[in-house]
Write a protein of this length. Sequence first.
Length: 185
Amino acid sequence: MPSEREKMLCGELYDASDPQLVVERQRARELTREYNHTAADEPDRRERILEELFDSVEGDATVEPPVHCDYGSNISVGEDFYANFDCVILDVCRVEFGDNCLLGPGIHVYTATHPLAAEGRAAGIESGEPVTVGDDVWIGGRAVLNPGVTVGEGAVIASGAVVTEDVPAGVVVGGNPARVLRELD
């Protein structure tokens, strides 16, 4: 029988109060608390914490504190990753960022979701869907990426956009829900 963690990562309904998951979330809280109390002149310490918190960091990664996540261990970032202040990533499933991604302030990335039926929510079960962001993507401040979306290479997400569906490569999207505003050259 699969563990609650295995069910979570596969996008199946799982019990978030499972003791193993509680311990893993606590670990992420401790690491993010430590990270959020680092100073700008402590790049080696920041790098060490990110490498411990995230599943993988492929190259230079700059994450301006504060940052918050559920587990951290389900987050991968490519080379030359930059996240501005107040980034929130609810990573109950995989969150993958390609190379050269820029995240504006207050970006929220959600993989977590809950049953629509009140009985399921009251029972404390939840599920998730992964989020994937391609190379060379710029996400403007206060944008939200919802569970299950994929953002294509070179796309731009306008500030305040709420992304509920996949974003094609090479376009600018904006609004709530986000829609294609124009194609890039």
